[in-house]
Each structure stands twice: as structure tokens, then as C-alpha cells.
Write a protein that binds this ligand. Sequence first.
Ligand SMILES: C[S@@+](CC[C@H](N)C(=O)[O-])C[C@H]1O[C@@H](n2cnc3c(N)ncnc32)[C@H](O)[C@@H]1O
Length: 277
Amino acid sequence: MTFLYLRAYFATIFMLFQIKSYLQFLWHSKNEHAVHSPFVFSLLTKCFYDKKSKPEYAALKKYRNSLLANINTIEVTDFGVGSKIFKSNTRIIAKIAKTAGISPKRAELLFRITHYFQPDSILEIGTSLGLATAALSVGSKSVGRKAKIITLEGCPNTMALAKSQFQVFHFDNVNPIVSEFNSYLDDLRLSTLDFKLIYFDGNHSKKATLDYFELLLPTITNETVWIFDDIHWSSEMEEVWKIIKKHPKVTVTIDTFQWGLVFFRREQPKEHFVIRI
Ligand SMILES: C[S@@+](CC[C@H](N)C(=O)[O-])C[C@H]1O[C@@H](n2cnc3c(N)ncnc32)[C@H](O)[C@@H]1O
């Protein structure tokens, strides 16, 4: 009984925190009319607010539907932070797809961002069942030059399923790697890889996110785009977002509530945008 009360108590605190954060976001947020930076204005008008339907969206929908129709279960390796939904490690595939993956609207936006920036190399930190990977893969193929995509997942069973999906859907530019994030990124320090787009969607703890940020800083170029998921998910993640914005290498940031986009363009004055999508 006490346990149930505690769970309800923490769920209420979590919900109130999110409502407060969202109201603050709405208060500060703007649209393209308040943006004077040509770089950000173009991104908003040609990408964020592009409401036209795209033929590629059908592939994303098909990928999602195939997972939502899958009522088999898998044993997942739980990495602790992030699961406010599941209590057991035996999980129904359809439910993972519904709760842990990117939403349909965000997947379309991720597709457009990939299409817009045309990065030639992409890193995704947190594959799960590959819903966002699908958007990255289809988005990069849509410009005719398939980016190399590395996607990282610590749970072998989850990745095995994602991998088989990538094969079925011919996402042949995706290199799925089963690894704990830190150990992969530590090794990366020794290599010469660089990623033009990184989607951070794994461990949403302050320490881990800042560690990944620091470990990946040596890979940045003037064109690099980093997307952090869930920047208002907890007070810790809001602190992370403040620290990232202040970093001397960071110039432009865009807070869209769910995502924080980070740019390192040297020609841009430091400026932080809060944008309603
Ligand atoms: C939110 S899900 C990713 C969702 C995915 N990007 C999508 O939109 O479909 C985060 C994933 O990261 C994995 N993960 C979390 N912490 C990890 C860690 N420290 N090392 C490796 N994998 C981790 C979890 O197993 C989970 O599948």
C-alpha cells in the first residue's frame, strides 16, 4: 500500500513538473516572425514548419505499424534512468514502440531535419526499436547521398529486433552497435570519426548527458547539428540544457520543448531561441 502511495505521489510530482515546464516554455516561445537570424529563419520556414506531406512518411508509418502490431515479448536489459513506464523487464514489443520511441510527428521532423542538413555521417545514441533510426535513414536517403548512420543500443535483445527491422526495410546505411554508451564513446576518442548530426536519446541523467557532450566535443565541425531529446524531462535535464547553452563552443541553440538543437557555427553570434513547433 505504502509503495502504491509513493508511486502515485512521485507520478503526481513528475506531472506537475512537466506542466510547469511546459507553461514556462509557452510563455517564452516564439515562431519565425520573431527570429532575425537568417540561418534559424530558414531552418524554421523550410524545415520545421514544412507541413506538406512527403512520400517518405509512408515508410516511417509502415515501420511503426509493423512494431505496433507485434505483441510478442522480449527480455530487456534495463539501463535505469528513462523508464518511468515499465516495471518488469519482460516487455511487449508494441508497448515499447508506443512508449519508448519517437512520436510520429517528431519522426517526420527528424526526417526533415536530416533532409535539410544532409549530414554525411550520423550518430544516434539510443536505438531502442529503431523508430528514430528509420527517420534518419529515410531522411538521408531522400537526398540521394546515403549518410553513414551509427546507432548505439545497450540491450542486445532490443537491438536484435531493431536490426531485423532494418533488414526488412532495407535501411542498409545503418550500422547498429550493441554497446554501453560510455564504453563506445570512450573508444571513439581514439578514432578519427566525426558526426555531422548526433541524436542524443538514451540515458537522460545529468552526469551521463554531460559526459557524452564532453566526449563528443572533439568531433564537432562548423556544420555539426546535435539534437538532445527530453531537455525538460526533469530538473536535472533542465540543468544540463542550461550548461550546454553556456558552453563557449556552443553558438546557436533552439529549444522546442521536447528537443534542444545545438549548433557550433563560428560565424553566428551566441543566441538561444525558444521555438513553438
Ligand atoms: C528512449 S530509448 C531510444 C528511442 C529511440 N531513439 C527511438 O526514438 O525510437 C533509449 C534507449 O537507450 C538505451 N540505453 C539507455 N541507457 C543506455 C546506456 N547507458 N548504454 C546503452 N544503452 C542505453 C535503452 O536500452 C533504450 O533502448
